[in-house]
Design a protein around this ligand. Structure first.
Ligand SMILES: Nc1ncnc2c1ncn2[C@@H]1O[C@H](COP(=O)(O)OP(=O)(O)O)[C@@H](O)[C@H]1O
Ligand SMILES: [Mg+2]
Length: 143
């Protein structure tokens, strides 16, 4: 499992950047010739993690950053989506299917469930006031 490429970037946490980050993650994997299904899984998982930063992490998202760190191996992508925001008090509860702290905003509470479903490994660490880190690993099936 050898490392082929690395990327780090930090982007303003505004909703207009969600498509950019998901596209960047997909483009980063292109050297491995991923199947369309693999690409779509990665886009979906990254989109959910990024959307969570935009929606939940900050009082003023447009004045704060989403941090992305990615590593491409010959068989897989490892990607970290991190923020320096409010954090999550109870990660276990937050990861339950259909749990949302914003039901009034019509959120589905399925973000972490989708991340789990569409990747091979999901690790969430968070500290109240200290931000949230979502680490995902996806094995890439080649065309
Ligand atoms: N980056 C984050 N910063 C702070 N809270 C978060 C973050 N990501 C998720 N959460 C918390 O975890 C809950 C569950 O997230 P998720 O499953 O994506 O559902 P939803 O986004 O629909 O509420 C959110 O409602 C929120 O309370
Ligand atoms: Mg969500």
């Amino acid at each position: 499992m050898s490392l082929q490429n690395r990327m780090t970037m930090s982007v303003t946490a505004k909703s207009g950047n969600e498509a950019f980050i998901r596209g960047a993650a997909a483009a980063f994997c292109v050297p491995l010739n991923p199947t369309l299904e693999t690409i779509n899984d990665i886009k979906t998982a990254v989109s959910e993690a990024v959307t969570n930063v935009i929606v939940h992490a900050y009082d003023e998202p447009e004045k704060n950053l989403i941090h992305i760190e990615a590593e491409l191996f010959d068989d897989s992508l490892s990607i970290i989506i991190r923020d320096d925001g409010r954090g999550i008090a109870d990660v276990g509860q937050a990861m339950q299917p259909m749990y949302t702290s914003k039901p009034e905003k019509e959120r589905s509470g399925m973000g972490f469930t989708f991340m789990q479903t569409f990747t091979d490994e999901l690790e969430v660490t968070s500290a109240v006031g200290g931000g949230t880190t979502v680490k995902m690993k996806k094995y890439i099936r080649s065309r």
